[in-house]
Design a protein around this ligand. Structure first.
Ligand SMILES: O=C1O[C@H](COP(=O)(O)O)[C@@H](O)[C@H](O)[C@H]1O
Length: 267
């Protein structure tokens, strides 16, 4: 049984009994969004993250999704990446490739991974340049409000400290307003050097989904979603409020166990 409820304006919270059901709900959501977006503008630009999110996307490589999704129209980006070689165990690219990207019929030139042969600063600049070219040719949409790229979907996980992408609590990177892609060299979670979409880019997406499971994240989920009077920079996930898009939280029952009553209605 699915449990769900809206907690704040413009935000939906979907709660599933189990991780398996969450993974199926996520696959349904991505598949429906992909179909509607491709019908509307001929391409689907999706940015993914690393961590536990990636294995929750595994249902996409099973029936019916593997056959019904128009993979040739997908363009894949990374909302954040660690500055390591692409074959390193810490690489978000490698994780996604091992778990599902290698198993789907994507167009190789549509995989927009981050250059692993450059310094963090240069790789961030180069990635932003790549995205600017794709915005210019309208492969990636553009936000009429912010002039930022308007990704069709940005998929995020959330760390135990409330970080999303590589935007960590109280870090100066949260104040970045001009760049689309930036870098940090002092991540509190290893590895220290990372490249990340900035907040304005995440907030400009047409759709943002934050996917979180497990009872050990229940407290931070409560802080991120419920109105607990916290300063936003101490929980970056709380700052993900799309300016002209939709935000959905995908949670399993354990991660949702400390949410306030409004989000616990049966669907
Ligand atoms: O370091 C990172 O952590 C977050 C959260 O990971 P999780 O394993 O706790 O879900 C992830 O979303 C981000 O992409 C990654 O670089």
């Amino acid at each position: 049984m699915a449990l769900s409820g809206a907690c704040r304006d413009g935000m939906e919270v979907r709660i599933q009994e189990s991780v398996e059901e969450l993974s199926t709900d996520l696959a349904d959501y991505i598949s429906d969004l992909s179909e509607a977006t491709i019908k509307e503008r001929g391409a689907f630009c999706i940015a993914i993250s690393g961590g536990s999110l990636v294995s929750l996307m595994r249902t996409l490589i099973s029936a019916p999704y593997i056959k019904t999704i128009d993979w040739a129209k997908w363009h894949i980006f990374w909302a954040d990446e660690r500055v390591v070689a692409k074959n390193h165990v810490d690489s978000n690219y490698r994780l996604a490739k091992d778990i599902f990207l290698s198993k789907i019929p994507l167009v190789p030139s549509h995989l927009h991974s981050i250059n692993d042969s450059l310094t963090a600063e240069k790789a961030a600049n180069e990635y932003e340049f790549v995205i600017r070219q794709l915005v210019r040719t309208r492969v990636v949409g553009v936000s009429e409000i912010s002039d930022c790229p308007r990704f069709d979907l940005i998929l995020l996980g959330m760390g135990y400290d409330g970080h999303v992408a590589s935007l960590f609590p109280n870090h100066s990177v949260l104040n970045e307003k001009d760049d689309w892609v930036t870098y940090i060299i002092d991540s509190p979670k290893p590895p220290p050097e990372r490249i990340t979409f900035t907040l304005p880019v995440i907030k400009s997406a047409a759709n943002v989904a934050v996917v979180v499971t497990g009872s050990n994240k229940a407290d931070i989920v409560h802080m991120a979603i419920d109105d607990v009077g916290l300063e936003c920079p101490s929980v970056p996930a709380k700052m993900i409020q799309p300016i002209n898009g939709k935000l959905i939280w995908f949670l399993d029952k354990s991660a949702a166990s400390k949410l306030g009553g409004a989000s616990q209605t049966s669907a």
